[in-house]
Each structure stands twice: as structure tokens, then as C-alpha cells.
Design a protein around this ligand. Sequence first.
Ligand SMILES: Nc1nc2c(ncn2[C@@H]2O[C@H](COP(=O)(O)OP(=O)(O)OP(=O)(O)O)[C@@H](O)[C@H]2O)c(=O)[nH]1
Ligand SMILES: [Mg+2]
Length: 460
Amino acid sequence: MTATGLPLGLPRTRSFLTPFRHDLFLMDLGKGLRQALAKLSGRYVDEAAVTELVKDLQRVLISNDVNVRFVLGWTKKIKERALSEKPLPGVGLREHVVKVVYEELEAFMGNGFEPSLQKQRILLLGLFGVGKTTTAAKLARFYASKGLRVVLVGADVHRPAARTQLKQLSEQAHVAFFTLESNDAVAITREARALSDKYDVVILDSAGRSAFDEELAVELKSVAREFQPDGSFLVVSADAGQVAGRQAKQFHDAVGLSGVIITKMDGSGKGGGALSSVVESGSRIAFLGSGEKLADFRAFDPKKFAATLLGFPDLDQLLETAKAASQEEKLEKAWNEGKLDYETFLSQLNAFKKMGPLKSVMQMLGQHDLPEELVGQSEKKLKSFEAAVHSMTLAERRNPALMKESSRQARVARGAGMKDSDVRELVQQFEKTQKMLKEVKRNKGLLSKLSKQFGGKLGS
Ligand SMILES: Nc1nc2c(ncn2[C@@H]2O[C@H](COP(=O)(O)OP(=O)(O)OP(=O)(O)O)[C@@H](O)[C@H]2O)c(=O)[nH]1
Ligand SMILES: [Mg+2]
């Protein structure tokens, strides 16, 4: 129990948190950013808070190997916008700051990539071990899932097992495979070009090299001449960090890249560096690979990427949630005037539900990385609370004191198909919430109190 006699709130410290489980790229960067933003909850957002946020963001990005000069410029812009722009109507200051960070993160990620679904030949390039062959199969699976006929071509004649590896992957991806029993990469490449007669997408996996040099540039040019690719993609590993940008530039100057595919986003603390340096080099990020499985792959979408990093489904929903959250002020006013009862509370619950999954509401309030179980159960509780309120008479809804009577509780329980003890528990929770809101006149947010009220019961 807290000092106010209320159940303990949702876990606040890191030690209570279970690992964040949803499909996230860049775990550390995302977590760091979300935690920095979460610090804004429950405090007055002024210049000092924004300065602290900016410092936190800098620390998170720099520890993710993002270029320092870039980080300083980026966070300066966030600070300026956060402090000078007027929040949209209905959007609180904290949400405004979150919105600015979101928008700037999206802008920082560069343009998105819309994969063409036309007939095409794709050439994959890259240094040793970056994930070219795996990426070839991921791409094949991607295009095949769009209904295109795909063939993978093994043209890495240097590494003995390379073509066997690609053949196996092609089976996994349910696409065709082609190579020649020859060590003549040029001949294979030439044949591969002709495969366009039979297939929509021809993907060529080329041999790796230990470093970019003049010899490689010459070789790539001859491959490109034979194959006449519609798209040439450089595959770089996220481990490369800021070096990725330099590589992108070298390869681009040699053969002209359509885009860069960054692999191993799941494993590297340097992913932020790889991403930002590729964007800075003027190359476009086309796809991201985030695991060994063929499905761990997606086209790069900065909006979605930023949203996932920050833990918000999308900006529109963020703003909607922020608006709904601002309604809580009205509710508190009613409450302070002694008008709050089960009826008002029910309408608030409905508003609460409309805001979407409780999880995003909680994230909005800065409660990040919640254990799934807790969130799921809290929503279940909300539903049963609603059912109970529906079973109350108008008089009971308007005069909550009536609901203290156990005969009424029993009747409501029957009406709502619940156990008496469940209704009793809900009445107690309502009373605790009511008491709490009376005590906390300062606007720290009804929703966060509610989250704690429901979550706390479960968490204790
Ligand atoms: N965790 C993780 N591993 C990956 C990813 N992409 C590839 N790998 C692994 O990285 C290793 C090398 O992948 P390959 O696809 O063989 O790399 P390559 O660039 O073709 O290597 P060479 O042909 O030898 O130059 C394999 O063990 C892959 O499973 C990824 O996105 N995440
Ligand atoms: Mg390979």
C-alpha cells in the first residue's frame, strides 16, 4: 500500500519490469528512448525537463553509436521545437514533447521504401558474412508472398558451400533456384539475366569480399553489365555502425545503389549508428533484417519504425489518446465538485475503452514495457466493472453509497453474471479510486491513477 492507503501502482522501477517482448528493432535504442520519454510523466514539463530529456536522448543515441555531431544537431532541434511551438488544442505539454520527438525521429530516419512489384532483376552486394545469402532468401520470400514468381540465383562461386546454402534457403522460401555447375560467375550471371523470361523476380546472390577495393569495383561493374539489374542493393550488417554509411557511399559510387539493406538489427547496439550513417550518406534504406529466420525482414518505413521505437502505434493514435486523456481534467472537475458517481464513471470507462488498447494508453502515460499479463488482466477487469455498472439501477449509479449494501451487490452480481465477491471488490476499488481522486487535487491524470488502481490490485 502506498502512503495514501491505495494499492501499489504499476511497477515503476526497472527491476520490476519484464523484458519488452514485442517485435522491436533496436531493443536498446527503443528502450532507452522510451525510458527517457517516460521520465516526463508525472512532472511539470518546463525548460529544465526538456533539457534533461535532451540530455537523455543524447546519451541513448550516442551509446547506440550514432554520430555525435548529428545527435547534437538533432536534439537541438527537438529542444527548440518543444519549447517554442504551441501544443495543438487538447494536447498537453508532455504529449506535445513526445510528438516533437516522434516527428523528428521519423524525419531523422529518412525516406521510406516502397518495393516495386514489377518484373525485375535484383543484385545483392556486400562484404563477407554480412548476410547477403540469407537476405537473398528473405527477399525471395517477400516477393513470393506478393504473388510473384521468384528465382534465386547462386553466383557466389568462391565459397564452396555458398550455392548449397542458397539452394536450401530457396526451398524454405518455396521459390525456384538456379545455378550452373561451373565456376564462371559471368556465365551464371548471363544465364540469370535470361531467367526474366520465366520469372517475375530474379535475385542474384554474389560473392562477398573482405574489403572494398578497386578490384571489387571492377568486378561489380562487369557483373552489373551482364545482369542489367533493375535494383542493386548493398547488404550491410548493423554491427558495422557508422562504417555502414561509408560503405554505402563506396558501393554507390562504383555501381549505383537502389538502396541499402541493413541486417542483424536484432543483435547490435550499433544499429542506430548504421541506420543514421546510411541515411546521412544519402543512400536510402530499403529493408531491415532482424533475425536469422526468413520472416525477420521488412521494408523500411520510417513512420512505423519511429512508432515502434517509441512504443506508439502511430502519431494519429497518439494525438487521439492525448486528446482523450485531456478529458480526464473535466472528469476531475466533476469529481471535485462532488458529482462523480458510478454513472459518470461508466461514461469515463467507455471513453477509456475507445482510446484503444489499454497498453497504448499506459504507454502514453509513460508506463512502458508493461508485462503483457498485467495489461491483459486490467482490461478484463475494466470490462467486468462495466458489466456491473450496467446492472445497477439509476439510483445506485447516482448514489454510490447505496452500493455498499451487500444485498444490492448480490443483485448486481446476478445481473452481471459475476460472483458477489467480484462486485464487492469492484465497489471497493471504486471507493478507493474516489477517495484517491479527492485526495489528489493536483492534476496528475485520472488515467494514470486508474491504471494504478487496476494494475496495482493485480500486481500486489
Ligand atoms: N541475428 C541475425 N543473423 C543474421 C541475419 N542475417 C543473416 N544472419 C546470419 O549471419 C550469418 C551469415 O549470413 P550469410 O547470409 O551467409 O552471409 P553472407 O553475406 O552471404 O556471407 P558470405 O557469403 O560468406 O559473404 C548466418 O549465420 C546468418 O544466419 C540477421 O538479420 N540477424
Ligand atoms: Mg553468401
